[in-house]
Design a protein around this ligand. Structure first.
Ligand code: PMP
Ligand code: GLN
Length: 375
């Protein structure tokens, strides 16, 4: 008997594979296609000949952990204790999985806001717990009334993703006030805040859970160097949690991976001395603006994008087909791959919306736009 009977191959894998088969331009799975910063590849090349190939300590390479402490201090003015509150993980995915496995028990409920990234539900199910999926409003703002209705004495965890994949929406100060009000009524609920796109916001600044006092003792923050340094394949990130939760998270981590690959930890610890994460927002804002300009007179209707490197677009003017069928035809008939938004909903709500990834060099964006323009 399957432990995850309703889980099939992830839509990101399906669409990327199909894009390769049909030689389509791949704007589906979220990864950059431009070269990585040479300062980072130079560090890596140099390190390969040094003595950095053995296990690091279980929770992370100490100099990297100190660099992460500094990064959080400079970004959010928060000081964390690396020995007690920090864990280096094999990507944010492992941080999310490990956290849920360590903290959620049989029969617990976990609130997940739809549309939602695909890594949240399965670990909850593997804990014999119940995902409670609550739809965001049509403009992708959280509906705090319906979220509150979904909470009960059984609710163990609420997962928030800010900036939000796939919609590019970010949470506001008012959202955090509403969250604070709600949590004050439910002292048992802990929050898992997935902030992998924390440095990729545009007109409005990202508000991190790190900056909210009411969350510090009940929130786990997950981040990814894959997103911040254009190295999704390195699978390296980190998780921050208060000591009493981190103690449990580390118990699972040591049996899941024990420690994260050493050379990338050392390389990133050195790279953090020279890189400025604050340039990332501007970099991707230019990409967003360029992609939007290329598509502005097309038949796609582009939705607002406040952060992340994803652009949601409606094709309602083009076709009545459901979004999965439309995305498949977009590959086979038009040579561009995208992700159908219905796959981010538990009830596969089809709204004729698809997601494009604009973390691509300008030539790729131009070539894709030319094809999309003709539809
Ligand atoms: N959370 C979100 C919202 C994501 O989009 C992704 C995809 N990269 C992840 C987590 C996973 O990050 P990583 O590749 O570091 O595991
Ligand atoms: N986070 C990536 C996206 O949203 C996918 C990562 C993956 O394929 N697991 O496209």
């Amino acid at each position: 008997m399957s432990k995850l009977p309703n889980v099939s191959t992830s839509i990101f894998t399906v669409m990327s594979k199909m894009a390769a088969e049909y030689n389509a331009i791949n704007l589906s799975q979220g990864f950059p296609n431009f070269p990585v910063d040479e300062r980072l590849t130079n560090i890596l090349a140099k390190l390969s000949k040094e003595n950095v190939h053995q296990y690091t300590p279980m929770a992370g390479y100490p100099p990297l952990m100190n660099q992460i402490v500094k990064l959080i201090e400079s970004s959010y003015n928060r000081t964390i204790n690396p020995d007690l509150e920090l864990l280096v993980t094999a990507g944010a995915t492992q941080g999310i999985f490990t956290t849920i496995l360590a903290l959620v028990k049989t029969g617990d409920e976990v609130v997940i806001l739809d549309p939602s990234y695909d890594s949240y539900e399965s670990p909850v199910l593997l804990c014999n717990a119940n995902p409670v999926r609550v739809a965001l409003n049509d403009d992708y703002t959280p509906n705090w009334e319906t979220i509150e209705k979904a909470c009960s004495a059984k609710t163990k965890m609420m997962i928030i993703n800010n900036p939000h994949n796939p919609t590019g929406k970010i949470l506001t100060e008012n959202d955090f006030l509403e969250l604070e009000k709600l949590l004050s009524k439910y002292p048992e609920i802990i929050v898992l805040s997935d902030e992998v796109y924390e440095y990729i916001t545009f007109e409005e600044k990202h508000i991190s859970a790190h900056t909210k006092n009411f969350l510090l003792n009940r929130c786990i923050m997950v981040s990814s160097f894959g997103k911040s340094f254009h190295i999704t394949g390195w699978k390296i990130g980190y998780t921050v949690a208060p000591e009493y939760l981190m103690k449990e998270i580390k118990k699972v981590h040591q049996f899941l991976v024990f420690s994260v690959n050493s050379i990338s930890q050392v390389a990133i610890s050195q790279y953090l001395d020279v890189v400025d994460v604050n340039l990332l927002g501007k970099f991707y804002q230019e990409k967003r603006d360029y992609f939007q300009k290329l598509l502005q007179n097309s038949r796609f209707e582009l939705k607002p994008c406040e952060g992340t490197y994803f652009q949601v677009a409606s094709y309602a003017n083009i076709s009545d087909e459901d979004d999965v069928t439309f995305c498949k035809k977009l590959i086979t008939d038009h040579g561009v791959a995208a992700i159908p938004i219905s796959t981010f909903y538990s009830d596969h709500k089809d709204q004729k919306l698809i997601r494009f990834c604009f973390a691509k060099d300008n030539f790729t964006l131009e070539s894709a736009a030319k094809k999309l323009y003709d539809i």
